[in-house]
Design a binder for this molecule. Structure first.
Ligand code: HEM
Length: 464
């Protein structure tokens, strides 16, 4: 028996959710509180279903996931990413996932972590130099550059600054261009005449040439470095024994680069901004870092101590709680979009094939049924005993089901490493009057960046 679902109403019955188009992050958080955890919003001839209900999420991403493909917004990404894990579907995706997965096994992560610490150490030294001038820095840009360098080192063992800068520039420009095409599809024809598309194609051709050269060199390397590219090259399908073609390698490598740095960078930017308003959390982190990494505690200059090793990560448990709490309030992947292949019925509601399923991770993470302080920054939400009391899907920054983020452990260790080093070494002070606003594009970015003064850290004696 079909049941009815709450329907969003507005002045324009064909398009009642203009707020959704402007800012789906804020819109879904607000409307979920008013409309409930499963409601529908007409969108011209289509229906958008806004979802935070766990049963519905489990149906789409787990139980009946074979009936759902990624929503149309992902199609634009294919122009740059080709058919890598983020953009592929069906049997091809399954085969690729099996081939890429071993690159993220724990033993491999341990090796990758060593590369990460080298790059992170160099980055911290550079930031120390920059912080000597009291000019504020855009922390969002800083974090993007730091995580891009980490992912390029772990992917290709590249530390050549000129190459890194150019790859980074191409990816940023490509992303701006593709976001523009996704957000303003009616301007797409114009991009073919105003030179934007030509520039994009030229950039991607450069990028491809660079990666194909790396692949060719690596195939002939008798002593290859232990990075993600070597892992991808040596991976063979268990059933057929087949390895990846150069094209598939290129697509997976570009996908890992694109998916793997902006997400972690936005998380770190939000973290530093939230921490600048919570000195008590900073102090607790510093105490933990000092204890685990043998640096000084108490009042006085901080920043001393050794680099973390892989085994230290599990001991930096409060730092991990902070990271989880930042991703609760500002999940870098703030939503998951899917479209059904065949008609479906969920909780008695008919889902047509042109329906768009919009799972708002951001709204799920602020659901007052599961969080003691839904809108506050409160790392204690992630104390292990508290965590056990929550349903699994109440928190899903990395998605859920078979298409869950392949880089989740990679990301967590990278963020733990960088955040611990940054907090140990520096004080971050937000520049007063600079607007900080979340802009939901491909990731949940700070719209105007985050301007901060970076100074050598001094432990403050906090009033109890
Ligand atoms: C804070 C960091 C990160 C967050 C919050 C995040 C979030 C997500 C989410 C929510 C998805 C699922 C999308 C969907 O189901 O539609 C996803 C998929 C994916 N992520 Fe991440 N991610 C992060 C870091 C990384 C890193 C570091 C890498 C690689 C080095 C990576 C690679 C991927 C790939 C390849 C997929 C597609 C997986 C598939 O469909 O098989 N991500 N990520």
């Amino acid at each position: 028996m079909p049941t009815t679902i709450p329907v969003l109403k507005g002045k324009n019955p064909l398009l009642p959710g203009t707020g959704f188009l402007r800012n789906p992050f804020e819109f879904t958080i607000k409307q979920t509180q008013l409309m409930g955890d499963f409601f529908m919003m007409p969108f011209l001839t289509r229906k958008i279903f806004i979802i935070t209900n766990h049963e519905v999420v489990a149906h789409i991403l787990q139980k009946n996931q074979k009936n759902y493909v990624k929503s149309p917004a992902y199609r634009q990404l294919r122009l740059a990413l080709g058919t890598g894990l983020v953009t592929s579907e069906g049997e091809f995706w399954r085969k690729q996932r099996r081939l890429v997965q071993p690159a993220f096994y724990k033993t491999q992560l341990e090796d990758l972590f060593r590369g990460m610490t080298v790059v992170a150490g160099k980055y911290i030294a550079e930031l120390e130099e920059k912080s000597a001038s009291s000019e504020p820095l855009d922390i969002a840009k800083e974090m993007m550059a730091a995580t891009a360098r980490i992912v390029l080192k772990t992917l290709f063992s590249t530390e050549n600054t000129a190459d890194i800068n150019e790859m980074y520039r191409v990816m940023m420009d490509a992303q701006d261009y593709l976001t523009y095409r996704t957000v303003k599809p009616y301007f797409i024809p114009l991009t073919y005449v105003n030179g934007k598309h030509r520039k994009f194609k030229k950039d991607i051709a450069w990028f491809d040439g660079y990666i194909y050269k790396l692949i060719a060199e690596r195939r002939n390397d008798l002593n290859p470095p232990n990075d993600l590219l070597t892992m991808l090259l040596s991976s063979k399908d268990e059933e057929t024994g087949e390895a990846m073609s150069d094209r598939a390698l290129r697509d997976e490598a570009v996908t890992l680069f694109a998916a793997g740095h902006e997400t972690s960078a936005t998380m770190l930017s939000w973290a530093l901004w939230l921490l600048s308003q919570h000195p008590e959390v900073v102090q607790k982190m510093r105490d933990e870092i000092a204890e685990v990494l043998e640096g000084p505690t108490g009042a006085g200059p901080t920043g001393a101590g050794r680099m973390p090793g892989f085994g230290d990560l599990r001991k930096l448990s409060y730092t991990m709680q902070v990271i989880q709490e930042v991703m609760r309030l500002y999940p870098p992947g703030f939503a998951i979009g899917r479209q059904p292949i065949a008609e479906d019925e969920i909780l008695g509601v008919k889902i047509p094939t042109n329906g768009i399923m919009f799972i708002s991770i951001a709204a799920m993470h602020r659901d007052p049924r599961y969080w003691e302080r839904p809108t506050e920054f409160y790392p204690e939400h992630f104390i292990p005993e508290t965590e056990k009391t929550r349903p699994k899907l109440a928190y899903m920054p990395f998605g859920a089901g078979p298409r869950m983020c392949i880089g989740n452990h990679f990301a967590l260790m990278e963020m733990q490493l960088l955040l611990a080093l940054l907090v140990r070494q520096f004080d971050f002070e937000a520049v007063e009057g600079h607007p900080v606003e979340a802009e939901p594009l491909i990731t949940l970015k700070p719209k105007y960046g985050i301007m901060m003064r970076v100074k050598p850290a001094v432990n403050k004696v906090l009033a109890k």
